[in-house]
Design a protein around this ligand. Structure first.
Ligand code: CP3
Length: 356
């Protein structure tokens, strides 16, 4: 089933937006910019709304999720909204007990570690995604010509949380299971691919104009393990978008060893973390892949002149790929001064009243 005629990419609202053009390999006059984790604790208006309740509950309350998504778009004038949700939302909707602990991240009371644990996982009922569809539809209605990015966690990153029971440094237990019980591993990653793929598809069908897969913890894998035991499942997650003509974006941390394997997933654009200069990353794709990134989030607290010079360097290196979407190399740190982000957006858009 293709995108509906009222989808913003089909009715023309976002078709020629700078973000969509860049993801498709065109170079718009102004470099589009948005920030991973632009919604969230760096914004006082977010902290005020969230003070009333639980993070995952907020994700499943359409009016609230929509309002939080719109906050950074209004405040900073970024070129895209990213849907306010979390990678564990589809896992929760499939019946797994998971909560988000402030300052830590997703935590499971009963981690998934044995073959029996994996067999006990239930498929995700598509109707459970209705609050997600509703929140996306509400948001897109208000965004007009500004595209909404839908997102999902990649199977490896999701499985790492399920197996470890929370955030972990090197995903040791996950990598051990991969080798000690490859069959259970494959079953778990297929389950993750399907719940996360359905979550992503629901957002796109409801109006998202791009889809980003986050494989945050993929940097702990060897190239061979990624290729054999992880990439096929990422592909399966993305396959849930079949028939939907929407740009697909991949982001991971520490991906320099596996860039060709990521390109082979069939994505339209690739996000790079702050450690690899964009011109070097671009060379790994023979300068044929649109790139996204990669301001070092640590520099958001540096003096403005230092940050502006770094942003200019990123923009300069971003001229090597066919197109560039400016972003951070990872999410906005919660202690970031929101005015710095607003100023950065204006700077990237070429608005430099102070000749800075
Ligand atoms: O603005 C946006 O980027 C949209 C929303 C978004 C959130 N999580 C909201 C959130 C997105 C895209 C995510 C993805 C996500 N969640 C990833 C992949 C991206 C990445 O950062 O690598 C991962 C690994 C998670 C898991 C997760 N959820 C973590 C590590 C945390 C942080 C815990 C903390 O308090 O430091 C969360 C919670 C979370 N997700 C928050 C937000 C705004 C903070 C929760 C709060 O407000 O209390």
């Amino acid at each position: 089933m293709p995108l509906r005629p009222t989808h913003p990419l089909v009715d023309g609202r976002t078709t020629d937006s700078a973000l969509v053009r860049a993801y498709r390999g065109d170079r718009p006059e102004q470099t589009p910019v948005w920030f991973m984790r632009q919604a969230g604790r760096s914004l006082p208006e977010y902290r005020e709304l969230r003070a009333r309740g639980d993070m995952l509950q907020a994700c499943l309350t359409p009016e609230l999720a929509s309002e939080i998504t719109l906050q950074p778009v209004r405040r900073h004038g970024v070129d895209a909204g990213i849907f306010f949700s979390d990678i564990v939302v589809p896992v929760l909707l499939a019946g797994v007990e998971v909560s988000i602990v402030a300052g830590r991240g997703p935590v499971l009371e009963h981690p998934v570690r044995s073959a029996a644990d994996v067999l006990a996982l239930r498929p995700l009922d598509p109707a459970a995604l209705d609050p997600v569809r509703e929140a996306v539809a509400l948001t897109v209605e208000q965004l007009g010509a500004t595209p909404l990015i839908g997102f999902a966690g990649a199977p490896f990153t999701l499985a790492s949380y399920l197996i470890e029971g929370g955030p972990s440094k090197d995903q040791i237990r996950a990598r051990a299971l991969m080798h000690s019980d490859p069959h259970t591993w494959a079953t778990l990653l297929n389950w993750c691919a399907d719940v996360t793929g359905m979550f992503l598809r629901a957002q796109v069908e409801a109006g998202a104009s791009a889809a980003q897969l986050f494989d945050s913890w993929v940097g702990s894998l060897s190239r061979v393990d990624y290729q054999r035991r992880v990439a096929p499942h990422s592909k399966r997650a993305l396959d849930h978008l079949r028939g939907l003509d929407v740009p697909r974006v991949h982001f991971g941390l520490g991906t320099d060893r596996i860039l060709p394997q990521i390109a082979a997933l069939g994505v339209d654009a690739i996000g790079i973390d702050w450690r690899l200069p964009l011109d070097e990353a671009s060379a790994a794709f023979d300068h044929a892949m649109p790139l996204q990134g990669n301001i070092d989030p640590a520099l958001l607290t540096a003096p403005w002149s230092v940050l502006a010079a770094h942003a200019d360097d990123v923009l300069e290196r971003g001229r090597r790929p066919p197109a560039h979407v400016l972003n951070l190399g990872h999410g906005v740190p919660p202690e970031t001064d929101p005015d710095t982000l607003t100023r950065l957006v204006a700077h990237v858009h070429g608005d430099r009243p102070e000749h800075d």
